[in-house]
Write a new protein. Structure first.
Length: 372
């Protein structure tokens, strides 16, 4: 018999967070989160996502053993301002038993029907900066700290239960050696001259901070046209600033300004923390933070996390300025491999930016949808 219980207390939420640690035990491709970080994400008093969203966390039991988990989420900004009558689900993990999946998804339907919503979509988080999608290809590729990993049967469960593909995402990688300066140096010089642009590089986190609000504003502007986009609020900006910016090497943040000091483009790259997180195994202490610190300083793999270009400057070659700056930094650091986070497969504009580097798709993922 399958029973579903809501995780509300700190101990119950720790059980919810720890379930994948047993499900993927000894799996060389799964990247565990830091348990304390996940707890903070689920804390209504700390995560500003709860200002415009609600979420419940459920655990499935069978024979007194945890066999699955799910978060049910409503992003009220999405529902009220974009008129998308959607209930989300995320943090979904399950054993290969479709009855458990079915029982967990019932909780999503309950929340959606209670609030007169029209359809379900998942897996996805609270906002655009959260993890998204169930892995459908690339099960033998090392995950990243900003993606979920899962077993191949997840997508089969959704399809058997009448779900259809809503969005498809691709993840690409290429060796840094493919980023040859002849692809962008000429354009870089032309673009800087024509539009009177200048790149800004940083040596300290303190120097980055005054620009961060502008960067998030530009992020909201540059991604506004994407169908699934929900803008980041001022409170969320402060939260992400504290939580992530100090975590990123300042020299991996690049900005481009116009002659009047307006930000027209930005990019954030992170060192790969995947192997460090595997060694930390969910804990910062006693040694987890040392593994992360070592990766921050010495990782030869990098993950392109975000690139944003002001709508007025899109398709004008501004990314050549960014690539030129990264080429100098990565050469100095001895970077070997570049990875990109999940991008919508129909976002042709972003894919064209990278075409000269001969990237290969190494993972695919999807969100699934079902009408209520």
């Amino acid at each position: 018999m399958i029973t579903i219980q809501e995780a509300k207390t700190k101990n119950e939420l720790i059980e919810f967070i720890r379930f994948p640690f047993s499900l993927y035990k000894d799996n060389p491709y799964w990247v565990p989160p830091i348990i304390a970080d996940e707890l903070e994400t689920f804390d209504k008093t700390k995560n500003p996502a709860f200002n415009s969203a609600e979420a419940n966390f459920y655990v499935a039991y069978k024979n007194n053993q945890i066999v699955g988990r799910i978060a049910t989420i409503i992003n009220w900004d999405e529902v009220n301002h974009q008129q998308k009558k959607k209930v989300r689900f995320g943090w979904f993990d399950v054993i290969d038993d479709i009855e458990v999946t079915k029982a967990l998804l019932e909780k999503v339907y309950e929340l959606g029907q209670k609030n007169n919503l029209e359809y379900v979509e998942g897996p996805m988080g609270f906002s655009n900066l959260d993890k998204v999608g169930v892995l459908t290809e690339g099960f033998d590729e090392l995950g990243t700290m900003i993606t979920w990993y899962n077993h191949p049967y997840y997508a089969n469960h959704f399809e058997e239960l009448g779900y259809v593909t809503e969005k498809e995402y691709v993840e690409n990688k290429f060796p840094f050696a493919n980023a040859k300066p002849e692809f962008f140096e000429k354009i870089n010089e032309l673009v800087k001259k024509r539009y009177q642009l200048k790149p800004i590089n940083f040596k300290s986190t303190k120097a980055v901070m005054p620009y961060v609000d502008k960067m998030f504003d530009l992020f909201n502007e540059s991604y506004a046209s994407l169908s699934s986009f929900v803008a980041i609020s001022d409170v969320q900006k402060e939260y992400f600033k504290k939580k992530y910016i100090s975590f990123i090497n300042p020299e991996y943040i690049k900005y481009v300004e116009d002659k009047d000091g307006n930000l027209v483009a930005f990019a954030i790259v992170m060192p790969s923390f995947s192997k460090a997180l595997q060694k930390a195994n969910g804990k910062l202490f006693p040694f987890g933070f040392l593994h992360l610190l070592n990766a921050r300083r010495n990782s030869k793999d990098v993950v392109f996390y975000l690139i944003g270009v002001h709508p007025e400057y899109q398709n004008k070659g501004v990314t050549a300025v960014i690539f030129s700056e990264y080429h100098k930094t990565f050469t100095e650091k001895g970077i070997e491999n570049c990875f990109r986070t999940p991008e919508l497969s129909d976002n042709i504009a972003i894919q064209l930016i990278w075409k000269n580097f001969n990237p290969v798709i190494h993972c695919r993922r999807k969100t699934f949808r079902k009408e209520l």
